[in-house]
Structures are given as structure tokens and as C-alpha cells.
Write a protein that binds this ligand. Structure first.
Ligand SMILES: [Zn+2]
Length: 410
């Protein structure tokens, strides 16, 4: 029996590239077997599928968001604490993550995390777990949407209740890899200060051998950069520490990248590594503005992330609000079209999902959200910026509906 086509009629906004999007005020997205088969003006798509099932929506249909950097184990305490990065980690975040040794707590928290993400319109992302193997496996079992998750590797310079659970030894990493779907797993050194060079090299070797995604933090604060310099005196820079370990490549995602030298930017550009830019987190912890203009000058690929729990909200609308505000007030131009692209398709590209997710082109997974409004084409830029205005809590439930592979999930 042929699988039937379902037609979704609404205003449709579809990101195409770093500064371009398509908009149909009366559009139709045709879905078959969980995939988009056509997307365009209602007149065109309706003619292509006469007699197919039609659902009319009030609002703007757009692809679901991708969160390129977050910590699912910090979701419950998002925005609860702030302070200088290293102190914030040691005083609040590490004790909180230590609690994920409790598998019952981990399962409960994982369910809430995915449910809240779907309410906020986030359908995929890249996330840190705690150090615990079981909590990481639970997050992968409970997954709703398309996520890549890795247990934080923390070999040194942290309390024993974390380092003793870390799976950084080669045989531990191999055992864990055998129990997960590698497409949904990332090698995840927490950051250079929690690893010795030999641990980082093991991580780099395993990631390269299995072509896995790598995620870590880089140059978020000045104190952190100073600490790395003390810990790795032989390295030329913080970035060089990861480079020496073979951790930088097109499958690597570095969160933050604020306190960087030109040589470090050049290294990232040369390796083809991605930057996860987390403006709301940087603002909340009092770090400097990520120099977007420099990132652009070096043509480094990047996408947006919430970085919960330093980021106060998992809502990508809230991340976009802070993104527009922070760079805008520094005189750096950011278009609404770029914002949407960096919160959707760019993140999907970084995750290796460019061919099957991130926007509504034919062949992509039908992961979409419905937002309130029906702007005229000439009002689109302003409408999108307005959509991102409001309190974090309100933005977390602003999407009216969320759909995964053509099925309504919220
Ligand atoms: Zn982070």
C-alpha cells in the first residue's frame, strides 16, 4: 500500500543559507513517511498532490531548532547560579552533576529535559552528560528528537566523586562505545583542565578511528585560559592543547571561543572545526562577548547553543534574543535570517545531519514547529525579532506545536 501524503498548510519560513530564507505567506509542506517531499507556495504544492490529506494551521511553520551546545544534566538548575566560570563549576555545577550517579534521578531528569526541549521547539542537539556511564546511556534511551550526547571526561583537577566515575581510560571508552549507537555519541572531554595530555590524546585517537563527533569547551574566560597555560606549559595556546591531541577537525564542536588569539582562530579555520556560540550563557556568567566579526573574518563555521545550565534558558528563541541584543549593541550586524539559520540548519550541519535535517527542503526529516503570527513578507525580519522578545519562561513554551518526523509531539 502506498504511504499517503499529508499536506500542512500555513505560512512557511524556511532557512536556506547564512543570510537567506524562503517565505510563503500561504505555503504548503508535503510530508510522506516522516520526510518532507515538497515545500513551497500553496498553489504549486496543492496542484502537485491533488486529493491528499490537508491540515490547515494558524501560524508560521518553520524547522525545529538545533541546540549545538548544552548540558542536559544541568537543565533542572538552568540559570539558578551564576558567578565566575571556575568558581561556578566547582561550587554549584560539579556537585549537581555528581547526583547523576543515581539512575532513578537521571531517568526522571532525562524525561523532563526532552519534554521541555520539545515544548520549546528544539528537535535536535549536541549535549554533554555527566561523567556517569549509566546516566549517559539513560539519556540516549529516553531520547526524543535527534541528539548526540557524550559522557563528560574528567580525569583530573576535580573532586573524586566525579573523576572516579570518568570513563577516560581507553578500555572504558571502548566498552562504552560498544553499548551506544555511535551516531548519537560524541567524545566529550569536559575541558583541557580536567584532562592530562595523554588522556586527551586517547580521546582524539578514538574519535578519529571511529569518525565520532567531538565536543569540548575552549577559551570561555580569562582565568580559564591562564589555568590552561599553567597546566600545559609546552603548548603554544589553549587551542594548541586540543590540536596536539588530535581533537580538532570538521567533526569537532568547540563551545565559546571568546579569549582567542589570531593564531588560534587560524588553527580552527585550518582544521575546519565548528564553534558553538552561546551568547546567553556568556552574558549570564559575565564573560566577554564572543568576537563574531573575527569568527566571520576567519570564515569559521558556527551555530548557536543554549549552554544550559550556565545559559538561563533552553529556549533557542531566548538565545536568539540575547544574540541579537549583544552583537547589535556592539555595532555588529546580525540579520534575522542569519539568526534562524544559526539556530537550525547550521547546527544540523555541525552534527553531520545536513542532508537529512535542519530545514524543510525535500528529503529532510519533517521536524517542524508552529509559531504564532502571519507576517507579510515585508514585515518578516521585524516579526522574527519580535518572536524572540519576552521573558525566558514564556519563550520556553511559545511554539504552539512541535512535530517530529511528521508526528505531532507537543
Ligand atoms: Zn558548556
Amino acid at each position: 500500500m502506498a504511504v499517503s501524503v499529508k499536506l500542512h498548510r500555513a505560512a512557511i519560513l524556511n532557512p536556506r543559507g547564512p543570510s537567506s530564507w524562503d517565505y510563503w505567506m500561504d505555503g504548503v509542506c508535503a510530508v510522506r513517511d516522516g520526510l518532507v517531499v515538497a515545500c513551497g507556495s500553496a498553489a504549486t504544492v496543492l496542484a502537485e498532490f491533488p486529493g491528499a490529506d490537508l491540515v490547515e494551521h494558524e501560524g508560521v511553520l518553520m524547522p525545529g531548532f538545533t541546540d549545538l551546545h548544552c548540558h542536559w544534566v544541568q537543565h533542572a538548575v538552568r540559570g539558578a547560579y551564576s558567578g565566575e566560570l571556575l568558581q561556578w563549576l566547582q561550587e554549584y555545577i560539579w556537585p549537581e552533576e555528581g547526583r547523576f550517579a543515581d539512575e532513578e534521578l537521571a531517568r526522571k531528569r532525562a524525561r523532563t529535559f526532552y519534554s521541555d526541549m520539545l515544548s520549546a521547539g528544539t528537535v535536535m542537539g549536541l549535549s554533554f552528560s555527566s561523567v556517569h556511564r549509566a546516566a549517559t546511556e539513560i539519556a540516549l534511551q529516553e531520547m526524543r528528537g535527534d541528539w548526540v550526547i557524550g559522557n563528560a571526561l574528567m580525569a583530573v583537577n576535580a573532586p573524586a566523586y566525579l573523576t572516579s566515575h570518568s570513563q577516560h581510560a581507553p578500555e572504558e571508552m571502548s566498552a562504552l562505545l560498544a553499548s551506544v549507537v555511535t551516531e548519537h555519541y560524541a567524545v566529550t572531554p569536559r575541558f583541557a583542565p580536567n584532562m592530562r595530555m595523554q588522556d586527551l590524546q586517547v580521546a582524539g585517537k578514538i574519535a578519529r578511528a571511529q569518525n565520532l563527533l567531538v565536543q569540548t569547551h575552549l577559551a570561555e574566560s580569562r582565568a580559564e585560559v591562564r589555568w590552561v597555560r599553567e597546566l600545559f606549559p609546552a603548548a603554544e595556546s589553549y587551542t594548541d592543547v586540543y590540536d596536539q591531541a588530535g581533537l580538532l577537525g570538521e567533526r569537532s564542536v568547540l563551545a565559546h571561543c571568546i579569549e582567542m588569539t589570531d593564531a588560534e582562530w587560524a588553527c580552527l579555520a585550518d582544521r575546519g572545526a565548528w564553534v558553538a556560540h552561546c551568547p546567553s550563557s556568556n552574558e549570564a556568567l559575565g564573560n566577554a562577548r564572543m568576537p563574531l566579526e573575527t569568527l566571520r573574518r576567519y570564515n569559521i563555521p558556527w551555530a548557536l547553543g543554549s549552554d544550559i545550565g550556565a545559559g538561563p534558558s533552553h529556549s533557542m528563541l531566548h538565545v536568539l534574543q540575547r544574540f541579537f541584543s549583544i552583537h547589535g549593541s556592539a555595532g555588529v550586524e546580525v540579520s534575522a535570517a542569519e539568526g534562524l539559520y544559526r539556530a537550525t540548519f547550521a547546527g544540523a550541519m555541525a552534527m553531520g545531519r545536513a542532508a537529512r535535517a535542519g530545514n524543510l527542503l525535500p528529503g529532510k526529516r519533517a521536524d517542524f514547529v508552529l509559531m504564532p503570527g502571519k507576517p507579510k513578507p515585508t514585515d518578516l525580519d521585524g516579526w522574527f525579532r519580535d518572536l524572540c522578545q519576552g521573558e525566558a519562561e514564556e519563550l520556553e513554551t511559545r511554539p504552539q506545536e512541535t512535530w517530529l518526523a511528521g508526528m505531532r509531539v507537543n
